[in-house]
Design a protein around this ligand. Structure first.
Ligand code: UFG
Length: 343
């Protein structure tokens, strides 16, 4: 199949490109390189035998998208392109609405103009906001009340898809789509070639591993007085290769006119202290920690009820051991202590 991957040079997009190429697909990899990296694209293109075309373009460039969809006879889209830092979205909301919401409008306009009728969208568990404790583990039916601009842009993306698909149905042109609500994506390519390289880095596992490498002097624990067994927040960490595997399963199962939404998580949570302890064991390092105040907007416990995708598609996460998730990230960081700049 010919597949457009937007945000292809980012953390998740690059892992998706690798998997799609392995499965024999042809990939048009689009990224504006605002946050993505050229290195993984070059690495994958070098052995793709012409099946990977990298394009340095923005999803807001609708004419360029139309041209790309036509020229490469694209049949399906995996839409990862987005900004994804919650704190930044609070400070620069327009940047988020421009990239995440206007970007989706532009992509759908291009799909409309060229007849592309299948799309899988990176949504987020942040669309649920702070669900009541009785709804954790979180099912897809949990009310979506995001509490950050980032979460709202992802929910708007879901609404845009549903409304667009409805219009297409009325016009007799069924459009199939799926919104995949990610929990905490973590780890790195199990073959060690691709990894996570954000700047600045704010996610817990890479922050902890940067501290183990000596790239920072320690880890701040954001809140130790939560109503959880050890007082720190609990999250559902899903390995990036499992996440990509779910995208492949969903894309393969989409039938004309489908509108699906699935949570992607392993279905259990680990606390911040558990993550740090596991990272100390994996890296054989004493990672210094500082107990600090809560970070605004962090709910105490968030983890998925992943039963729907398991029931519907038979998908479940394979890497459920926190140590293995951290080991995969650690292997990449050790080989690339300065991220993709390490060469
Ligand atoms: N944490 C720390 N210290 C740090 C970093 C994080 O204690 O230096 C804590 C946080 O307070 C939170 C947990 O570790 O309790 C995980 O934090 P992350 O920042 O790694 O992840 P979040 O759960 O806040 O959010 C992530 C992404 C969002 C996305 C969300 C759900 O950052 O983009 O998962 O998909 F929306």
């Amino acid at each position: 199949m010919n597949i457009l991957v937007t945000g292809a040079a980012g953390y998740i997009g690059s892992h998706a490109c690798k998997r799609l190429l392995k499965d024999g697909h042809s990939v048009v990899a689009l990224d504006n390189l605002l946050r993505g990296h050229r290195a993984p694209m070059d690495l994958l293109a070098a052995r793709a035998g012409g099946r990977l075309t990298f394009l340095d373009r923005d999803v807001n460039d609708t004419p360029a998208l139309e041209e790309v969809l036509k020229r490469h006879r694209v049949e399906s889209v995996m839409h990862f392109a987005a900004l994804a830092a919650v704190g930044e979205s609070v400070q620069q909301p327009l940047l988020y609405y421009r990239n995440n919401v206007a970007g989706m409008v532009s992509l759908l306009e291009a799909c409309d103009a060229t007849g592309v009728s299948r799309l899988v969208f990176s949504s987020s568990c942040s669309t649920y906001g702070q669900p009541p404790e009785r709804l954790v583990p979180i099912p897809e039916t949990c009310p979506q009340h995001p509490i950050s601009p980032y979460g709202r842009t992802k929910l708007m993306g879901e609404h845009l898809l549903a409304d667009y698909a409805h219009g297409q149905r009325l016009a007799g042109r069924p459009f199939a789509h799926a919104a995949l609500r990610y929990f905490n994506v973590a780890g790195a390519d199990l073959e060690g070639e691709l990894g996570e390289d954000h700047s600045p880095e704010t996610h817990l596992i890479p922050v902890v591993l940067h501290a183990a490498l000596g790239r920072r002097d320690g880890v701040d624990i954001f809140g130790v007085d939560y109503p959880t067994p050890d007082g720190t927040c609990i999250r559902d960490y899903i390995h990036v290769d499992d996440l990509v595997d779910a995208h492949v399963a969903v894309l393969g199962a989409l039938k004309p006119g489908d509108g699906l939404a699935f949570n992607l998580g392993i279905g259990r949570g680990f606390s911040v202290r558990q993550v740090i302890r596991a990272a100390c064991a994996v890296t054989r390092t004493e990672i210094p920690t500082r107990e600090g105040p809560r970070r605004p907007g962090d709910p105490p416990r968030l983890f998925a009820d992943p039963a729907a995708i398991q029931r519907t598609l038979g998908w479940s996460a394979k890497v459920t051991d926190l140590h293995r998730i951290i080991e995969s990230a650690w292997a990449w960081f050790r080989a690339h202590p300065n991220g993709y700049r390490s060469g």
